[in-house]
Design a protein. Structure first.
Length: 254
């Protein structure tokens, strides 16, 4: 399966962005399940329609709203894209940093593939209905309904067409330099689980450069994206899951 996906990826001519994700531990029966999801701590630990957004501070609020509008418009007009991603997760209680990298492909609505180069062979795939996470060292696939894994308050879920930046977050402008704006996003409602969410937006293209999420226990996950190419014409077949031979399938939240 990994060879087939690798071949399909090369067909896009890309070198490129969940999300790669944070690592989380869970228990089901006697099996210990490690859940890692892209976007960040993100899916369960870790694109849209516009609604009404709250902004704080007059000048900064207006600036933040304009940046969010451009960001939203940019991805609303993007049918698909590919990118490279690098992820670093600073795990507070372990006093260590976990690193991951690979290639990402997105297609609206609800399809994505995070194909890892490190850890080699790991993948996260969404086919529009379900989310699959495969860990080669355990030869185990974790399957979950996409609607359960991606909520509106998960950063970047707006890329899949499953969330709404203005509806789901209050945005403020935290910093700007010659290349980027940095937005602070605060989930509305009872999102919980996040200490701080930062999103860096390219000033010229309105592409996302990086996303940083600090969770409630002070773990920090940062995803950096590079070599993004939009409108490459990804085929739906790229997002058809192929279960590795002999792998166990564990279904969550069915």
């Amino acid at each position: 399966m990994r060879l087939e996906w690798s071949s399909k990826w090369k067909g896009t001519g890309s070198s490129a962005l969940p999300m790669a994700p944070n690592l989380e531990k869970s228990m089901q029966g006697k099996s210990k399940l490690k859940l890692a999801y892209p976007f960040m701590g993100w899916l369960l630990n870790a694109a849209v329609l516009l609604g009404g957004m709250q902004t704080s501070g007059a000048a900064d609020g207006n600036a933040a709203e304009a940046i969010v509008d451009r960001l939203q418009k940019n991805y609303d007009a993007t049918a698909d894209f590919v990118a490279d991603f690098r992820q670093e997760t600073e795990v507070k209680n372990l006093n260590r940093t976990l690193k991951a990298s690979g290639k990402l492909s997105f297609k609206r609505p609800g399809k994505m593939l995070w194909l890892y180069e490190e850890p080699k062979g790991q993948f996260v795939l969404a086919d529009g209905k379900h989310l699959y996470f495969y860990q080669p060292d355990q030869n185990q696939v974790i399957k979950s309904p996409l609607k359960n894994a991606f909520r509106g308050d998960i950063p970047l879920s707006f890329l899949l067409g499953l969330g709404n930046l203005k509806k789901d977050f209050t945005a403020t402008l935290k910093a700007s330099d010659e290349n980027q704006h940095v937005l602070r996003l605060e989930p509305k409602g009872e999102a919980g689980g996040y200490g701080e969410i930062l999103v860096a937006v390219n000033k010229t293209t309105s592409d996302i450069l990086w996303v940083s999420v600090r969770d409630a226990v002070n773990n920090l996950t940062t995803l950096r994206f590079a070599n993004m190419r939009k409108g490459v014409g990804l085929k739906d077949s790229l997002f058809e899951v192929q279960i590795p031979k002999g792998a166990d399938i564990v279904e969550l939240g069915q």
